[in-house]
Design a protein. Structure first.
Ligand code: COA
Length: 373
């Protein structure tokens, strides 16, 4: 019997030049650049260039990409119309998944599989993702969608389109950092799903739709939403400990903790902890950070399980005024850059991804006609 690697744990399925993770040391790099360096010095747009091109841009190259991203933010009026007509989803990810799939119907190059067309589609989708999420966020509240502001970068423009008011410089910079931290994470479940779809030589919009369906699950992109729901339900530091102890006693997972690859602190959590603390203090809402800290201490003390990327992003997004059920969609606003980088890499050196299963069902069954069963 062949050995089954449940959940593909520790299985290396392809070579990739985009992102590396050292799970033992807690090091994450994009194209060889440490995530801490990028978070401290870079911008989301610069990271997008890096992921797509394999090197940091020169000043003029960055300016050109920023211009192209800005120029491609608009979504077709028909799609705004669609967002208004679709029934209220049970979860907003349903709408985003549907809308991204629908975008291909308005993309004149949807079925053009040349590398140049795929790069242009990657650019359009990356520019449009934030517009879609913000438009949905407003339309469901009965408000008009906000036209993108070409004078704002991706991070500030997203907050502006969502809230109808430009963010202050500190909020905008922290959100930019959050986008940098979420941009890529190697062969995580949604990226792998995108690559599987791309490996059939299906189109880029289909690959991203697969990724969105995969990101939606609570074990992946849905975790930070669950973290915030827990913090809101619990409300006080004292109750937070009891609540988490209760979950552990029932052998339930505490959302925002644990990771398949990191056996030490997720380096993104290190930055997001600071973000949550700083934003909490500056907005006069330190309570969510303090509760989170208490839960983290307990999880490390009792279970030796570290916080992951989803733990502190929850309280940080909350004080930025982002609706809780949009958190997984925010993940997509950033991760679209990594997904598209991986899809382009897959197309450039494609081999159909098609693993095997160890069959454990019955064998040699004799067909019995239906009226004799
Ligand atoms: N809370 C409590 N216990 C946890 C845990 C958590 N968040 N994450 C892992 N564990 C425990 C498991 O119960 C298991 O214990 P056991 O061996 O005694 O049964 C052990 O750690 C291994 O967990 P497992 O779920 O098998 O690891 P995995 O590699 O398959 O899962 C995750 C990784 C991320 C899916 C898992 O840690 C998880 O479900 N976390 C919560 C969801 C989350 O935050 N997802 C976002 C990831 S960035």
């Amino acid at each position: 019997m062949a050995e089954v690697k449940a959940g593909l744990q520790d299985v290396v399925i392809a070579a990739s030049e985009i992102c590396s993770i050292d799970g033992a040391k807690g090091i994450l790099t994009y194209r060889g650049y440490d995530i801490h360096d990028l978070a401290a010095h870079s911008s989301f747009e610069e990271v997008v260039y890096l992921l797509w091109n394999g090197r940091l841009p020169k000043r003029a190259e960055l300016a050109e990409l920023e211009k192209q991203l800005t120029e491609n933010r608009a979504i077709p009026a028909e799609l705004i119309d669609l967002l208004k007509r679709l029934p209220p989803p049970q979860h907003p990810m349903e709408t985003l998944r549907t809308a991204v799939s629908a975008l291909s119907l308005y993309d004149p190059e949807a079925e053009d599989m040349s590398m140049e067309a795929n790069r242009r589609k990657a650019l359009r989708l990356t520019a449009q993702m934030g517009t879609l999420v913000a438009a949905f966020g407003r339309i469901r509240e009965g408000k008009e969608s906000v036209t993108p502001d070409p004078n704002l970068n991706s991070a500030a423009n997203f907050l502006y389109m969502l809230k109808g008011q430009a963010p202050n410089a500190e909020d905008a910079r922290w959100f930019d950092v959050a986008l940098i931290l979420h941009a890529d994470h190697s062969f995580n479940a949604s990226t792998f799903a995108a690559r599987v779809t791309a490996s059939t030589l299906s189109d880029l919009h289909s690959a991203i739709t697969s990724a969105l369906g995969t990101l939606k699950g609570p074990l992946h992109g849905g975790a930070n939403e669950q973290v915030m729901k827990m913090l809101l339900a619990v409300q006080t530091e004292a109750k937070a400990e009891d609540h988490v102890r209760g979950l552990l006693a029932q052998k339930k997972k505490v959302m925002g903790f644990g990771h398949r690859v990191y056996h030490t602190e997720d380096p993104r959590a290190t930055v997001l902890r600071k973000m949550s603390e700083d934003l909490g203090r500056r907005t006069g809402q330190p309570k969510w950070f303090q509760m989170s800290r208490r839960i983290e201490d307990l999880m490390i003390r009792e279970k030796r399980i570290n916080a992951n990327v989803d733990f502190y992003s929850a309280s940080a997004y909350y004080v930025l005024g982002i609706p809780v059920d949009l958190y997984p969609l925010i993940f997509a606003v950033s991760r679209i850059s990594g997904w598209t980088a991986h899809v382009l890499e897959q197309y450039a050196n494609n081999r159909l991804i098609r693993p095997l299963a160890e069959y454990t069902g019955p064998r040699g069954q004799k067909y019995v006609p239906i009226d004799r069963r």
